[in-house]
Every structure is written in structure tokens, then in C-alpha cells.
Write a protein that binds this ligand. Structure first.
Ligand SMILES: [Fe+2]
Length: 158
């Protein structure tokens, strides 16, 4: 029978399965190694996502120094899945960087919507008029998501 990639604990089918190691140092080394195969670097990305600690989140943020725009796009995607405020400053910086690849900026904008922290709103509004439609549309979607969550959530009982 044909085997298919498994669904992650986030409900997504990822381009690579998570690494089996839980050692943050080892995961970081592989992730930041420009000579590693992209598949192995992505395995580190998904393991660091699954660990979902402030430390693993900040290692993923550090990897935006990587040369590969594809990898940086994936980093932004998993930071949105993780929904951790620790990633906010990095994602705001990436969205605001007009030298960054447009698809990385698009994913950073969507991640800022997914995290759900209103601190991202001024930056998302700022790039609503970005010259790249992928960025401006992503900011619009993110702002609508933040608004929708705000207005559809049942108030917490005290
Ligand atoms: Fe994307």
C-alpha cells in the first residue's frame, strides 16, 4: 500500500517530518547549517515548532539569517502555527523589511494574524498599501482575522 506523510499535531501535512532529537543545541546546529540538505533543516524546523517553548521559538527566529527564502518562508509559517508572542518582534521586523523576499513578508503578515496579538495591528495597517499585492492582501487578511477573533469570541466567564 502507498504510504503518505503523516499529519502533524497542528493538523498540517508538513514538507518534512520532525527530527527525532529533542536536543535544542543539535536542532539549532542543523537548522543554521547552510551546508545541510534543506530536508534536514526543515526536519529541525518542525521539531522546534512541536517543542513549542520560548527557547525553541527564538531559535526559529534566529534562523531568519538563513540564505534560503524558502526556509525563511517556512519559519514564518510555523511561527504562525505556534502562536507565541516571543516571535512578534521578529515577524514585525521581517514584514517591515522591504529587502526581504515578498513571499516571506506575506507569510510573516499571516503569522502575525494567526498569533492574535493586537500589538501587530499598527504594522499590519502600515503595509496594507504595500506595493506588493501579496503583502498588502496578507495584511488585510491578518487584520480581518484579528478583528473576527475579537468579535466572535464568547466573553470569558469570571
Ligand atoms: Fe505562504
Amino acid at each position: 500500500m502507498q504510504q503518505r506523510p503523516a499529519t502533524s499535531e497542528y493538523g498540517s501535512v508538513d514538507p518534512a517530518p520532525p527530527s527525532t532529537t529533542v536536543q535544542l543545541k543539535e536542532l539549532r546546529t542543523i537548522l543554521l547549517d547552510e551546508d545541510q540538505k534543506m530536508f534536514q533543516r526543515m526536519r529541525s524546523v518542525f521539531k522546534l515548532r512541536n517543542i513549542r517553548s520560548p527557547e525553541s521559538c527564538l531559535i526559529l527566529c534566529e534562523a531568519f539569517n538563513s540564505k534560503s527564502a524558502l526556509l525563511r518562508h517556512e519559519l514564518a509559517y510555523v511561527l504562525g502555527q505556534m502562536q507565541m508572542d516571543e516571535a512578534l518582534p521578529t515577524l514585525i521586523r521581517i514584514l517591515s523589511d522591504d529587502k526581504e523576499h515578498v513571499m516571506v513578508r506575506h507569510e510573516a503578515a499571516e503569522a502575525l494574524g494567526a498569533i492574535g496579538n493586537h500589538q501587530a495591528i499598527p504594522t499590519l495597517k502600515q503595509f496594507l498599501t504595500d506595493k506588493h499585492i501579496e503583502v498588502s492582501e496578507s495584511c488585510e487578511v491578518a487584520l480581518d482575522l484579528l478583528d473576527w477573533v475579537q468579535n466572535s469570541n464568547v466573553p470569558e466567564s469570571t
